[in-house]
Design a protein around this ligand. Structure first.
Ligand code: RP5
Length: 162
């Protein structure tokens, strides 16, 4: 995509089935994104380059997903002034608790906005909300989306009540 505003990065291509939900929802809201594999442990130099260069390239937010010893989101947050949203990717063992705790327990001063285990969709929506603070049209789309969710919930409640 040209001029991406959100960078989606992950530790391995095996994270993509989880991370794709972030890309899908950004596409739904018309937010240009890019996606790449930048492993904190296997590609540390590339990770530093990505983090250092992200803001200068015009990105406004980074969504970073990883599983297990999930250091990528936190390391990127230490390398960029951009908001970083972390997605704990669930692996075969420990149900993603290892990923969650690796991402959420950041030291004061270096925040990572961590979403629920496997919930890359929320990461995409949160990135869109961040961009929406300076984009009225996008904010309107987000409001319409929330109204639609509310309508659906009311409709379901009606089924239970009737
Ligand atoms: C992590 O190790 C990656 O983020 C991925 O979740 C996990 C497994 O990676 P692969 O062995 O599938 O490449 O660093």
């Amino acid at each position: 995509m040209s001029n991406p505003l959100v960078g989606i990065v992950m530790g391995s291509d095996s994270d993509w089935p989880t991370m794709q939900a972030a890309a899908d929802v950004l596409t739904e809201f018309g937010v240009p994104w890019e996606a790449d594999v930048v492993s904190a442990h296997r590609m540390p130099v590339e990770m530093v380059d990505y983090g250092k260069g992200a803001a200068g390239r015009g990105l406004k937010a980074i969504i970073a997903g990883a599983g297990g010893a999930a250091h990528l989101p936190g390391m990127l947050a230490s390398l960029t002034p951009l908001p970083v949203i972390g997605v704990p990717v669930p692996l075969k063992y420990l149900d993603g608790m290892d990923s969650l705790l690796s991402i959420v327990q950041m030291p004061a001063g270096i925040p990572v906005a961590t979403v629920a285990i496997g919930n890359a969709k929320n990461a995409g929506i949160l990135a869109a909300r961040i961009l929406g603070t300076s984009d009225a049209a996008l904010q309107e789309k987000l409001e319409a989306y929330a109204a639609e969710l509310s309508e659906q919930a009311h409709a379901k409640g009606k089924v239970v009540r009737d």
